[in-house]
Design a protein around this ligand. Structure first.
Ligand SMILES: *Cc1c(COP(=O)(O)O)cnc(C)c1O
Length: 356
């Protein structure tokens, strides 16, 4: 008897491996450093804004997310028609591939990079073209430009790169964009943009303003600490933003998520003090790791990358023993989020004691 069959690409979709929760150890606080979450609890005022929305849960959310669009437009000084909000920036990546790729079209991205990329690309029956990152964890933008063919529709640039950590500079991005044909969409995934502290950082807004084929994707999940609420936004020229909105899930961004995002935009100054503290912790951790001999790549996000090869799972187990859960990529390395000071201290201790 024949049964309904999904498209062949569905069986090829790689699984998303979510960061594990910490192992509960009696008498010891455990920390989750496996999902690049923000360790701070919601700011006062954000919870109250959400509570006001809770009472309206019998109603659909504002489908047009009008207040959120207005707040984003004002914050970033862009027209509301150049924005598209979605259920996290993962939602935006899916929508971009869906809107711009026919089956078999190619999407070029660095690898290892964000694990949702091959999932979104394969789900759309497009073809993933993975360009290895350089030894120091940076995008190989020359090789990525060279990988563009007449089947290429989209290039994803993840900066800072999850999980390796370095960010692309503006001059590197400009040189790359000059080599990309104007019909190829360049997605600049800026999930960690608020954590970048480097010379010549990318100015995403200026870059999208000067290119017809550039879209920025950003999220409230990391710096803003709203990972549980699923809100992201894209900034793009009007036709691209319109295509994104056309394929978006109706009512995807819930009432409470809209309220939390708006309240968080209003409290950016306070939130960014927290980001500064996390960046200071990142600097402290990276210096301590280098001080005990670890050659960790430049860390521009809220996480650090340990290249460990076949010692990856041993390192993850050692961290687990110390009450911190990290994100291992078997055979490659571990990504560890910057978290509470105590958690970061434990990470440094684990790394110092670990024999490679
Ligand atoms: C966390 C992350 C995202 C954002 O995820 P959300 O869906 O917005 O929670 C996007 N891109 C990268 C590279 C990330 O690490």
């Amino acid at each position: 008897m024949s049964t309904p069959q999904p498209r062949a690409n569905v069986a090829e979709i790689p699984p998303y491996v979510a960061g594990k929760p910490p192992t509960v150890r009696p008498g010891m606080t455990s920390y989750k450093l496996s999902s690049n979450e923000n360790p701070y609890p919601p700011l006062p005022g954000v919870i109250e804004a959400v509570q006001a929305g809770v009472g309206a849960m019998n109603r659909y959310p504002d489908m047009g997310s009008a207040a959120l669009y207005a707040a984003l437009a004002e914050t970033f000084d862009v027209p509301a028609g150049h924005l598209s909000v979605a259920t996290g920036s993962v939602g935006l990546i899916y929508q971009l591939v869906q809107a711009f790729c026919d089956p078999g079209d190619e999407v070029v991205f660095a690898w290892r990079s964000f694990e949702a990329y091959p999932i979104a690309v394969t789900a759309a029956a497009a073809t993933a073209v993975k360009v290895p990152v350089l030894a120091d964890g940076r995008h190989d933008l020359d090789a990525m430009a060279a990988a563009i063919t007449d089947r290429t529709k989209v290039v994803l640039v993840c900066t800072p790169n999850n999980p390796t950590g370095p960010a692309v500079s503006q001059s590197e991005l400009d040189a790359f964009l000059a080599r990309v044909p104007s019909h190829v969409l360049v997605v600049v995934d800026e999930a960690y943009v608020e954590f970048v502290r480097m010379t010549d950082p990318v100015d995403g807004i200026a870059t999208y303003r000067s290119h017809q084929n550039v879209v920025l994707t950003r999220t409230f999940s990391k710096a803003y600490g709203l990972a549980g609420f699923r809100v992201g936004y894209a900034v793009a020229p009007a036709p691209i933003a319109a295509a994104l909105r056309a394929v978006s899930l109706p009512f995807g961004v819930s009432t409470v998520a809209q309220a939390a995002a708006i309240a968080s935009l209003e409290r950016r100054a306070e939130l960014f003090e927290r980001v500064d503290s996390l960046v200071a912790e990142r600097t402290r951790v990276v210096e301590a790791l280098r001080g005990v001999g670890w050659d960790v790549p430049e860390a521009q996000g809220n996480f650090v990358w340990f290249e460990l090869g076949d010692r990856t799972l041993d390192f993850a187990a050692a961290a687990d023993e110390a009450g911190i859960v990290v994100r291992p990529f078997a055979g490659e390395g571990c990504r560890v989020s910057i978290g509470e000071t105590e958690a970061n201290d434990r990470l440094v201790a684990v790394a110092a004691a670990f024999t490679r």
